[in-house]
Design a protein around this ligand. Structure first.
Ligand code: GAL
Length: 416
């Protein structure tokens, strides 16, 4: 009798114990956030999920802009083994949704009112066929310049506001014996700079060329001018730029070797990780001539369809965690981006972050907010890649500006 009771109690105790130990399924997260600043931001997400009982299986695929990550993703899906959650940009989300590969998050989105707080420009990518298929974690933008404060002071102290002023500052930095422009020679980095250069020739021009893919804009005089500007910028880059990762280019500015970097605001994450303070150690400006305009990209997490109920639940938990306003503040403060929700206060953000939030809202109101071509928010991957090829070939001296513009129009037309 005693023995029986004892056994029963032990069994009950074991049951309680095992229930409390049951862990929600781990989400396997494929992402390309491997630089110091990116990893720091990713940890905010990992820790948040851990606090809510959702485990994390890490699947990093290094390579800024996510091209390598997207290749790995394709291989995993083809092998019938998609990751649970994937960092994804713009048109890639739409492409996977079209293939019916993504889980439907609409029920969660409705319950949590995402449609009321996520800007329409982002919803255009987070939803497909009226259903939510991704949770946006941030908004980055590509038309920024990150300048070393001491290098700027030595070059006269005034942040450039026009193309001519920019060239004058770059010249002064060169005369001061530093590399004026820190750049990593990878196609996506050249394309990132190209976003800003095209935008600096006018909002209408950016829209016509990059969004509407108008052959006249892609191959016309203004595009020749854009390539001339790219060639001018190329002349301020050091000899060892080829293949350099973007975060190593950021490091050149951080350690005083270079004057400035033209890069999306994920670069700010590197400055912050290195303990640098905006306004004191570095200055953030919009690429000269693009004040009041924003070329954006939003990192979103798409969930690949799963049959296991525990896994589906973990996906929902992750999507909810991403959309939590307090999380969006904590994460984006570290990442360098701004929240994907419009109801997150800017109080925790530094001056560059506050400017980013304000610029985004204003550009949205003024009709000067455009998807970034370089980061998959202007056109699908096939067109983006065609553009990468021409921009990088020109940057590496294979084409003169006029030939590049002709090639650009032809390459985009062929990829359509
Ligand atoms: C972008 C992405 C950013 C940042 C950057 C460099 O495409 O949106 O979050 O990670 O690549 O890796």
């Amino acid at each position: 009798m005693r023995g029986y009771l004892g056994t029963a109690l032990t069994t009950a105790a074991a049951l309680v114990l095992s229930t409390s130990l049951v862990k929600a399924a781990d989400v396997e997260v494929l992402h390309w956030w491997t630089s110091g600043g990116e990893a720091a931001a990713l940890n905010v997400l990992k820790d948040d999920l851990a606090g809510k009982g959702t485990g994390w299986a890490d699947m990093p695929v290094a390579g800024g802009g996510g091209e390598a990550a997207m290749t790995t993703l394709r291989a995993r899906v083809t092998a019938g083994n998609p990751p649970t959650a994937v960092q994804m940009l713009g048109f890639d989300i739409q492409d996977w949704a079209k293939e019916s590969a993504l889980a439907d998050l609409t029920e969660t989105a409705k319950a949590e009112g995402w449609d009321k707080v996520v800007p329409a420009a982002l919803q255009a990518f987070s939803t497909y066929d009226g259903k939510w298929v991704a949770a946006p974690v941030n908004v980055h933008s590509t038309n920024w310049v990150w300048i070393s404060k001491s290098a700027l002071d030595a070059a006269g102290g005034k942040a450039p506001e026009t193309w001519e002023e920019l060239v004058a500052v770059l010249d002064a930095m060169k005369a001061n014996g530093i590399t004026p422009l820190a750049h990593g020679g990878q196609a996506w980095q050249e394309a990132t700079m190209f976003d800003a250069v095209v935008l600096s020739l006018g909002a209408d021009f950016y829209k016509a060329a990059m969004i509407d893919l108008d052959p006249a804009a892609l191959g016309g005089e203004k595009m020749v001018e854009a390539f001339n500007r790219m060639a001018t910028l190329r002349s301020y880059v050091d000899d060892n730029f080829s293949g350099r990762d973007w975060n190593l280019a950021s490091a050149m500015v951080i350690n005083g070797e270079a004057g400035m970097q033209m890069m999306g605001d994920w670069a700010k994450g590197e400055f912050l990780k290195a303990g640098k303070v905006p306004g004191v150690d570095f200055v953030c400006i919009r690429f000269p001539g693009t004040q009041g305009m924003v070329t954006f990209n939003s990192d979103q997490f798409a969930m690949f369809k799963q049959t296991d109920a525990g896994m589906q639940d973990a996906q929902v938990q992750m999507a909810k965690a991403i959309m939590d306003p307090a999380f969006q503040s904590a994460f984006n403060v570290v990442k360098g981006s701004v929240p994907a929700r419009t109801d997150v206060p800017d109080t925790a953000f530094d001056d560059c972050g506050k400017k980013g939030i304000k610029d985004l809202a204003e550009a949205n109101t003024n009709g000067t907010l455009f998807g970034s071509m370089a980061h998959g928010h202007a056109a699908p991957a096939a067109i983006k890649n065609a553009l990468y090829d021409v921009v990088t070939a020109h940057f590496n001296g294979e084409y003169d500006a006029a030939t590049a513009a002709t090639e650009l129009a032809a390459a985009v037309e062929a990829a359509k």
